[in-house]
Design a protein around this ligand. Structure first.
Ligand SMILES: Cc1cc2nc3c(=O)[nH]c(=O)nc-3n(C[C@H](O)[C@H](O)[C@H](O)COP(=O)(O)OP(=O)(O)OC[C@H]3O[C@@H](n4cnc5c(N)ncnc54)[C@H](O)[C@@H]3O)c2cc1C
Length: 432
């Protein structure tokens, strides 16, 4: 099965991780540290644009732990989510898996479910930040990590009032959020003029520069002895008596002890090759990376009601946003990119236009309740670390650690119960 010109992959590591985005790399990192031999299989280049971990805004830290399913979001029609111009757009189509996903999404929109989800995610984000800070002992990783705090801006009085009301609750969950007083936003961002009603500030706001972080992390993993096979596509699984006994790739077959599927939005099709069903939908987002305008912000800024994020990357500024539930396609919609840039103009009307360096789209792997699926499946040695949704950069470090604790039979730091892959129904394999 080896394709011409490509070296075969090592055939019998302890663990094969499918997917070289942040989810897969953090599994590999923790598994290797626990003593396992690990091979990562990535269908593209590591840190390449096919991966959702490539062009995102990289926010990590305690900010942004709310699941996408929020109280009051049950009716797609009343919220305008069926309108193509909406910041969160659902393309109407008859697709059984989408309809089931939307059914579970509706159930997750209760205040109780959203609060419970927030508690789990904020715990994972805090643990992930600790792991990232530890990784920053490596100077090349530290060079991709910035922690200048994050500003959350609100254009409308209602949006600002609702956000201000939730500050006490957010602080109680351990997130150091505060309302900025008059003039404080100008002091924090003296070059940038905001047309907003008010702003909050989280001094723990941090971000990773991607794809540089992914590339440097890959280099570190190789130094640790992890085998990373790029341009290696998993094409099938050999299953016997509820166990994966082999994997077929375009570069040869492997017979590992355990397999972790961490293939982002493609995890559904990948797990299906082993007969496993997953409750996941891709939610597309866009980013535009441009030359830094002279009045650009010096730290990450969230344009809250517009669901748009801005992050400074040295001489560049990246703008990211839009949530598009429209199936597995990476097409770039000029209309939606323009909509995102219009939102930026509404919040920062004086921001000059500069040269665009790149427009990109990525598929966020999303579960209906916003919590990832982490753990064992119906096949004894097949695990998943998927579904990190809109906050995978900030969750994957703790998720990878949980995978290694499960495989090593150790007491996990992150509670696996709310993340069980079978919580939406069985993950039993149709292949035996
Ligand atoms: C516009 C935008 C902004 C975002 N901003 C943030 C943010 O600020 N903070 C944050 O935390 N998150 C953010 N996210 C979300 C974050 O990017 C994702 O949660 C995260 O990248 C998901 O990582 P992953 O490893 O699960 O998937 P991916 O990064 O997509 O990696 C999966 C990999 O698996 C590979 N693969 C698939 N199938 C196979 C196969 N059969 N064989 C081999 N390889 C395979 C793919 O090629 C891919 O590289 C944002 C996303 C978008 C779109």
């Amino acid at each position: 099965m080896t394709s011409e010109g490509a070296a075969p992959v090592r055939s019998d590591p302890d663990v094969v991780v499918v997917g070289g985005g942040v989810a897969g790399l953090f599994c590999a990192y923790h598994l290797r540290r626990s003593g396992a031999s690990v091979t990562v299989l990535e269908r593209g280049a590591l840190g390449g644009p096919q991966s959702c971990s490539y062009g995102n805004t990289g926010f990590v830290g305690t900010h942004g732990a709310a699941p996408l399913a929020e109280p009051g979001m049950r009716s797609l029609r009343t919220l305008g989510m069926l309108s193509p111009g909406a910041a969160f757009y659902v393309r109407p189509r008859l697709d059984r898996e989408l309809l089931r996903w939307l059914g579970h999404f509706g159930q997750a929109c209760s205040a109780t479910a959203a609060a419970a989800g927030f508690r789990v995610l904020v715990g994972m984000k805090k643990r992930s930040l600790e792991i990232l800070l530890g990784l920053c002992e490596s100077p090349s990783i530290a060079a991709t990590f910035e922690s200048p705090g994050i500003v959350l801006t609100y254009r409308t009085a209602e949006g600002f009032a609702a956000a201000s009301r939730s500050v006490a609750r957010t602080i109680a969950s351990g997130v150091p959020l505060r309302v900025l007083g008059p003039g404080e936003l100008d002091e924090l961002e003296p070059k940038t003029r905001f047309a907003v009603h008010g702003a909050l500030y989280n001094p723990e706001g941090a971000y990773l520069r991607v794809p540089e972080f992914v590339i440097e992390f890959g280099r570190l993993l190789r130094e640790m002895g992890v085998e990373i096979c790029e341009h290696t596509d998993v094409l099938g699984f050999e299953v016997q008596t509820l166990k994966v006994v082999g994997l077929h790739t375009n570069r040869g077959d492997l017979r590992p002890r355990d397999v972790v599927v961490a293939a982002g939005a493609w995890s559904t099709e990948c797990a299906r090759l082993a007969g496993i069903g997953l409750m996941l939908q891709p939610i597309k987002g866009y980013s535009v990376t441009m030359d830094m305008p002279s009045s650009g912000p010096s730290r990450p800024v969230l344009l809250s009601e517009g669901r748009v994020a801005m992050v400074p990357l040295g001489d560049r500024l990246r703008i990211g946003g839009r949530l598009e539930l429209a199936g597995m396609n990476n097409d770039i919609s000029a209309r939606r990119v323009q909509g995102m840039l219009r939102t930026v103009h509404e919040y920062l009307p004086e921001l000059e236009e500069t040269q665009t360096r790149e427009t990109w789209s990525g598929l966020r792997p999303c579960t209906p309740d916003g919590l990832p699926l982490i753990g064992r499946t119906g096949l004894r040695n097949l695990l998943v670390a998927v579904g990190y949704g809109h906050i995978g950069m900030g969750l994957a470090p703790a998720g990878g650690e949980l995978i290694s604790h499960i495989l090593a039979g150790e007491q996990p730091i992150t509670d696996p119960a709310p993340l069980r892959p079978d919580r939406f129904g069985s993950t039993e394999s149709t292949r035996r």
